[in-house]
Design a protein around this ligand. Structure first.
Ligand code: SF4
Length: 236
């Protein structure tokens, strides 16, 4: 089969679903490439993470027997088949040589009204994969987990990250409400380029929690401690 993929967002951040689809098709002996408007394909996958506010859908004519649209930009109810979901991503698609991307956990119990995670992935955090499913000794691990610390048994996952000795980036931010001394101690064993947190509701005073982390984290440089702040939602 001739397969093409389209990263509709095209924001330079690699699309994990497309990398998994590409890997799975290549395992079946199919040819996979970025979509070329002059060619006809057996199947074309379009993936879009962001909704129309951020990413408009593309309106080009696509020559293909089948066009599959997926990602939260097209709706909350589409998912990769289990077999593909657990395929190691094809990093070559984005010419990525030394970074692993993936989710160790999915879901979040917080149900923040501005966020789709609880609705899409479930209102509980659960382990979605083992680190070895997408990490094979690369120098860096980029995690996309929505609320890693809410996952039961997170200690083992943090231990695996520490043992990898890779530089870890938890891109979606850690839930500081779930941090205690033991968690900080475990996080201190992991090599982070920077550590990220989120503080979305200004009505919830998290000052003590942030001070505790600032006191006990091994990341002494404040520039390596990042806090995402949601604005214009209960704040200005
Ligand atoms: S804590 Fe984060 S991931 Fe969970 S529902 Fe709120 S914004 Fe979404």
């Amino acid at each position: 089969m001739k397969v093409a993929v389209i990263d509709v967002d095209g924001n330079h951040f690699p699309n994990l679903a497309l990398m998994k689809l590409s890997a799975w098709h290549k395992q079946q002996g199919d040819e996979v490439e970025w979509w070329n408007g002059l060619k006809h394909y057996d199947v074309v996958y379009k993936s879009k993470v962001f909704d129309g506010l951020y990413t408009e859908d593309m309106e080009f004519c696509i020559q293909a027997d089948r066009i599959v649209e997926g990602g939260t930009g097209y709706g909350l109810d589409n998912r990769l088949p289990e077999e593909i979901e657990h395929t190691c991503p094809d990093y070559d698609l984005y010419h990525i040589w030394d970074t692993a991307y993936g989710f160790l956990t999915r879901g979040c119990p917080r149900r923040c009204p501005f966020c789709i995670v609880s609705q899409k992935e479930g209102a509980a955090s659960y382990q979605a994969s083992e680190l070895t499913e997408f990490y094979h000794g690369q120098r860096e691990i980029v995690l996309l987990d929505p609320n890693l610390l809410a996952c039961p048994g997170v200690e083992r996952l943090l231990q695996n990250l520490a043992e990898s000795r890779a530089q870890v980036d938890l891109t979606q931010g850690l839930d500081i409400r779930l941090m205690d001394r033991d968690t900080i101690h475990l996080l201190n064993r992991i090599s982070f380029s920077r550590i990220r947190f989120a503080w979305d509701d200004p009505k919830e005073d998290l000052t003590d929690a942030f001070q505790q982390v600032a006191r006990h984290t091994k990341l002494r440089d404040p520039a390596r401690r990042v806090v995402y702040v949601l604005t214009n939602y209960g704040s200005s």
